[in-house]
Design a protein around this ligand. Structure first.
Ligand code: PLP
Length: 401
């Protein structure tokens, strides 16, 4: 990071011209001015229950055209039975699977699509294994933009079904995710499309941070000690931290929670960089949690810095632990999480077991995506139905202990 600053506005660069493509910019606000308007009392009076509620902390012009869909303000629900099962003092689930396209990515895509309109672009593109794409297609549909989506071959079918239903132009690339990312980047440069890639676009993290702004308000300013977030590219956890940090800067909270960054054991280059303190070493990802199967994360540094600054830590969970977390989150809390979302719960389970977080800690897991996003993974993880003939004796036999 070179520390250079650029004024905001439609002509602002996306990445730092001095640092090149890896120089992701960081949006700053006039926090003194924001603090005068964004008080606890002022917030309590607001009737906009969506991420636009925090307008002063979003990079939008005064006349920004917003999607009609309700993005954000997902429920924050206590899960006492699941907390007991995992040995936690308390557990809140921030269920972001209940966004318009059923993942937390909607928070970012909504801001991206609004910024595209502001820049007078009518085509917006991204490369994604699924959720970034389905959420972008959804927001583009809501705002009348054309979405062009580059997907790698292995995207789960339900996510593809969403894209196609939302009317996006879908280009399925015969190649890895990284090749898919690359061809999208080059296409945006060539045809001047607006780029919704968290690796280059500084505004997406601004949308993602609203998850924490909401948590502060919904928890009535009494925050848990630990917040678990799964990590793929790293943008989500960086955004989660930016939200808490800004709430602290504004004097709305005194202490921010510690972050528990959770990666899948088969795709854990960010944890590795966090532990070694060295630069990221790309890996070949192997995990059923497709949304966090990122071999070359582009926001890894922001993620590592966020976790460190929060006083938290990172750990990895195996696919078997993710499957177990899917089952218990479903059975004990009634929340259906896709594998990457259940990874956060699996991370808390492991952290409690290994004493990484104190027993009886007050915790929160961000459920980043809905289980219907990947029904094959859910069916693999879930118990099997019992096949019976249509008679009572068979029912009795099946239900016998
Ligand atoms: C994208 C995503 C993540 C991880 O976010 P990153 O910004 O890639 O770290 C976690 N869970 C779900 C469901 C996602 O879609």
């Amino acid at each position: 990071m070179c520390g250079a600053e650029y004024p905001a506005g439609p002509r602002a660069p996306m990445t730092c011209p001095r640092c090149g493509i890896t120089g992701i910019l960081d949006v700053q606000y006039d926090y003194r001015a924001v603090a005068r308007r964004l008080t606890r009392r002022a917030l309590a009076r607001r009737t906009d229950f969506s991420e636009w509620r925090y307008r002063e902390l979003l990079p939008l012009g005064a006349r920004a055209h917003l999607p009609a869909l309700a993005v954000g303000w997902s429920p924050l629900e206590p899960a006492p039975a699941l907390a007991r099962h995992l040995g936690l003092g308390s557990l809140l689930l921030k269920d972001d699977g209940r966004n318009p396209s059923a993942s937390l990515k909607d928070r970012a895509s909504a801001v991206g699509a609004v910024k595209a309109l502001e820049a007078r672009k009518h085509t917006i593109a991204c490369a994604s294994t699924g959720n970034a794409a389905s959420s972008l297609a959804c927001m583009a549909a809501s705002l009348g933009l054309q979405a062009i989506i580059f997907v790698p071959e292995r995207a789960p079918e339900p996510k593809l079904a969403q894209l196609l239903t939302f009317g996006a132009t879908v280009l399925r690339v015969r190649g890895s995710y990284d090749q898919t990312w690359d061809i999208c980047q080059r296409s945006c440069e060539r045809w001047g499309w607006y780029n919704r890639n968290a690796a280059v676009n500084p505004f997406l993290v601004e949308g993602k941070k609203t998850v924490s702004l909401e948590i502060c308000e919904q928890a009535e300013w009494r925050l848990p000690e630990w917040v678990a977030v799964s990590v793929g590219d790293g943008c989500t956890i960086a955004g989660t931290w930016k939200g808490f940090r800004e709430m602290r800067t504004l004097g709305l909270i005194r202490r921010a929670p510690k972050l528990l960054g959770v990666q899948a054991a088969g795709a854990a280059p960010v944890t590795e960089a966090f532990r070694s303190g060295a630069a990221l070493r790309p890996v070949e990802p192997h995990t059923m949690a497709d949304s966090i199967a990122v071999g070359v994360p582009r926001n890894w540094k922001k993620a590592v810095d966020a976790v460190r600054e929060s006083g938290g830590t990172m750990l990895n969970v195996g696919d078997d632990e993710i499957q177990e977390a899917m089952r218990v989150t479903g059975r004990l809390a009634g929340v259906f999480a896709e594998p990457a979302a259940a990874a956060a719960v699996a991370g808390l389970a492991r952290a409690a077991r290994e004493g990484v977080i104190p027993r009886r800690a007050a915790t929160l897991a961000v459920i980043t995506g809905n289980g219907l996003k990947d029904t094959r993974a859910a069916l693999d993880a879930a118990p099997k139905p019992m096949d019976i003939p249509p008679d009572l004796a068979a029912v009795e036999a099946a239900l016998a202990p």
